[in-house]
Design a protein around this ligand. Structure first.
Ligand code: OGA
Ligand code: NI
Length: 341
């Protein structure tokens, strides 16, 4: 069992050897210049009448960056704050014993705390991150499998899961309309019925230039809705440059997964992103992933292809995509290239 980073980081002054990335993959010393900004979209505008301007902003951001943030989304700020507090407690010092009892490497366990590495030639490199990963919906099926400590976890994250699912559906409906797909396209259980949540904990790191909280990847799902605390860490790759995502505990970060890139026939982009660490403050994020059932075929939507715009990708079962994704060490670009028609 690999020891959780949050359990020992306090005892080290240097990053252990097996957490050090090869030089070309390290984040380096400079904080990324934020000369471009991930678009921030006010969702209340779409509620007040014409949805078109909001849809256009979403599509543009999803095309250019593969990322945007939403504000005035109607999600209760109290619930956002509460959820963040509970998730921070989960990895806090006072919860050490419970954290250990929830931790497991048994992949068949639907809810577990873990820490992991990435294959990074020639060796595996550990990530400076612990996480709790579990399924979410239907709540009746999964909620009782979630951690019992902090005692508010199940109730609070249950409420959070319900609300974040509604928010994801609203955003998918706007994307659906923007792409010109038939109404309700994403409301298909097979396509978007697998939902899980990961609570990411990035402890303070004595040498942030040598390691990463999460290495470069794109998400292998449909769409991800992420809540960040106020701590910087998330960066998005655009035209070979890393752009920082402003941490805003009032906003949700939305990013397109690879399946949305395939379905939209490259109209939307599953951007690669990473998480850098810092020496002073632990960072927590709550990621809600909408994914597809294993046997669902993922392919460019028929309504978006014709003789002039042939499908760019071959059909592929969701589970085969994931198998490839793991075999290629999470290199989503390589998986997408292997599916080119
Ligand atoms: C992820 C991810 C970003 C973050 O979990 O896939 O990219 O800020 N998380 O934790
Ligand atoms: Ni991600």
């Amino acid at each position: 069992m690999e020891k959780l980073v949050s359990s020992w980081y306090n005892n080290v002054q240097r990053v252990p050897q097996d957490y050090i990335f090869p030089p070309e993959k390290r984040p380096g010393d400079l904080r990324v210049p934020v000369d471009e900004v991930i678009p921030v979209i006010d969702l209340s505008e779409a509620e007040q009448g014409d949805r078109t301007p909001t849809i256009q902003k979403i599509l543009k951001a999803a095309q250019e960056f593969g990322f945007f943030q939403v504000i005035n989304h109607g999600f209760s700020q109290n619930l956002m704050n509460e959820s963040m507090v509970v998730c921070k407690e989960l990895f806090g010092g006072s919860n050490e014993a419970n954290k250990k009892s929830n931790s497991s490497e048994d992949v068949s366990k639907s809810c577990r705390v873990k820490t992991c590495g990435v294959r990074c030639s020639p060796d595996k490199v550990h990530l400076w991150r612990d996480l709790l990963l579990h399924q979410c919906h239907p709540l009746e099926k999964w909620q009782h499998t979630w951690p019992q400590h902090p005692t508010r976890y199940q109730e609070c994250i249950g409420a959070y899961s319900v609300e974040v699912k509604k928010l994801a559906s609203r955003i998918l409906a706007l994307i659906c309309e923007g792409l010109g797909l038939k109404c309700g396209y994403f409301e298909d259980e097979q396509l978007s019925g697998r939902m899980f949540l990961s609570v990411n904990n990035y402890p303070p790191c004595p040498e942030p230039s040598l390691t990463l909280g999460l290495s470069k990847h794109a998400d292998s799902n449909l769409i991800t809705i992420l809540l960040q605390d106020g701590v910087y860490g998330l960066e998005v790759l655009k035209e070979d440059k890393w752009i920082g995502v402003e941490p805003n505990p009032h906003a949700f970060v939305v990013n397109m997964g690879c399946f949305l890139q395939v379905i939209s026939n490259n109209k939307l982009k599953a951007a690669e992103h990473r998480v850098v660490t810092n020496p002073n403050t632990a960072r927590t994020s709550i990621a809600f992933f909408i994914a597809s059932l294993e046997d669902r075929i993922i392919e460019p939507a028929k309504d978006l292809t014709n003789e002039l715009h042939p499908p760019i990708y071959r059909p592929c079962k969701a589970k085969d995509f994931l198998t490839q994704f793991l075999a290629m060490d999470g290199d989503s670009g390589a998986v997408l290239r292997s599916l080119l028609a």
